[in-house]
Design a protein around this ligand. Structure first.
Ligand SMILES: Cc1ncc(COP(=O)(O)O)c(C=O)c1O
Length: 392
């Protein structure tokens, strides 16, 4: 087989700063035409010039140059070996859990995203897998919950929506001492603020729909792995499930990622200001924000992250105030998602965490007065003014 691929020769941008890497991606400019904006290869299949001669691409379900540029960019940004781009965060997690042998036991964060809970509870439980949802920020609880058949720890940190922070390095040490895989959902912080693989995690997953995309216009998922064995597993998943991200959406993701560093700085600065403002409001009973210095896990946050992103949750004084807020916000949009340039307010009880059993939700504190807000990159005074009028 003669390989005529022009796209093999990318560099990992070693030595460059993160905010340079996001701009230049893996190949960056197209090696054939010099196009500065990496092309959208909107093709299902690839011509072979003759028998035994290939460009390295056969069929877009298996691999497509635009998707590959995104996957390599994400591997560079997360300091991993290979990346994989899926049609959604859910699709990425579905592929991940397929790795579990039947009968496996998995520990997950207790206030995990409702969709991840649904994958475990409704789908993989059919294959004899069992799942325990625990406080991953408490190492003693994690240690006590391990079983001989535990195969994976799946951690969101900070958690969605209670903002518990788990110690990734400590969990990695514990997991590896028992031959267990540590997976981190890095959706909330992105590699701009937190690099789980550097801290010892084995796999990173993302709802790339959120901060990585950043513009509320694409649904996508990312997995980044460290080892050739895991890379082979995810290649096979994409090929067999046929859930690889399409070329147009891959390009939109690449475009979004170019401004990731700038956006994350602004989300973070805005959220710090809004979180402190909310804390002083008489109708706000409690604010959950990983960036508070008196947050119970702040020492861990300091150690493993360089920022907090734009995610804040809070509890209001009454159901009436809560309903008023949801109907009165004007600039902030009442919509289910996070991480985009527009500020969004979400009602976890009936939106993101609807799939979680009521008693679990109640125990966690996700009640009818509980709100989650994703602070966008608008002028922070306008965000606060909108909250002020909605809470008046
Ligand atoms: C932390 C987290 N992980 C995974 C997902 C699932 O991602 P997607 O909506 O892209 O399928 C979400 C969605 O909200 C999420 O918030």
């Amino acid at each position: 087989m003669i390989n005529e691929c022009y796209y093999d020769d990318f560099d990992r941008k070693e030595g460059l700063a993160f905010d340079t890497k996001v701009v230049h991606g893996a190949l960056g400019a197209d090696p054939i035409t010099g196009a500065v904006s990496f092309p959208i290869f909107q093709t299902a299949t690839f011509r072979h010039r003759a028998f035994g001669i290939s460009t390295g691409y056969d069929y877009s379900r298996v691999q497509n140059p635009t998707r590959q540029e995104l996957e390599r960019t994400m591997a560079i940004l997360e300091n991993g070996l290979e990346g994989f781009a899926f049609t959604s965060g859910q699709a990425a997690n579905m592929a991940l859990f397929t790795w579990l042998p039947c009968g496996s036991h998995v520990l997950l964060s207790d206030d995990i995203y409702g969709g991840t809970f649904r994958i475990c509870d409704e789908i993989f439980s059919k294959f004899g897998c069992t799942f325990d949802y625990i406080d991953m920020s408490d190492l003693d609880t994690v240690r006590a919950s391990l079983r001989p058949e535990t195969k994976m720890l799946f951690v969101e940190t900070p958690t969605n929506p209670m903002m518990h922070v788990a110690d990734i390095a400590a969990l990695a040490e514990l997991a590896h001492s028992r031959g267990i895989l540590l997976v981190v959902d890095n959706t909330f912080l992105t590699p701009y603020f937190q690099k789980p693989l550097d801290l010892g995690a084995d796999i990173v997953v993302h709802s790339a729909t959120k901060y990585l995309c950043g513009h509320n216009d694409v649904i996508a998922g990312i997995v980044v792995v460290k080892t050739p064995e895991m890379a082979e597993f995810f290649h096979a998943q994409l090929k067999s499930h046929g859930n690889g991200l399409g070329p147009m959406d891959s390009w939109l993701m690449l475009r979004g990622i170019k401004t990731l560093a700038l956006r994350m700085e602004r989300h973070n600065a805005n959220a710090i200001a809004v979180a402190h403002w909310l804390r002083k409001h008489p109708k706000v009973k409690k604010v959950y924000f990983a960036g508070f210095e008196d947050h119970k896990d702040f020492a861990v946050t300091r150690r493993q992250t360089t920022g907090y992103s734009g995610m804040i949750s809070f509890e209001l004084d009454s159901l009436e105030t809560t309903m008023d807020l949801l109907s009165r916000v004007k600039l902030i949009l009442f919509a289910e998602s996070l991480g985009g340039v527009e500020s969004l307010v979400t009602y976890p009880m009936t939106q993101t965490h609807e799939s979680v059993p009521e008693e679990t939700r109640e125990a966690l504190g996700i009640n009818e007065r509980f709100i989650r807000i994703s602070i966008g990159i608008e002028n922070v005074n306008d965000i606060i003014a909108d909250l002020e009028q909605a809470l008046a």
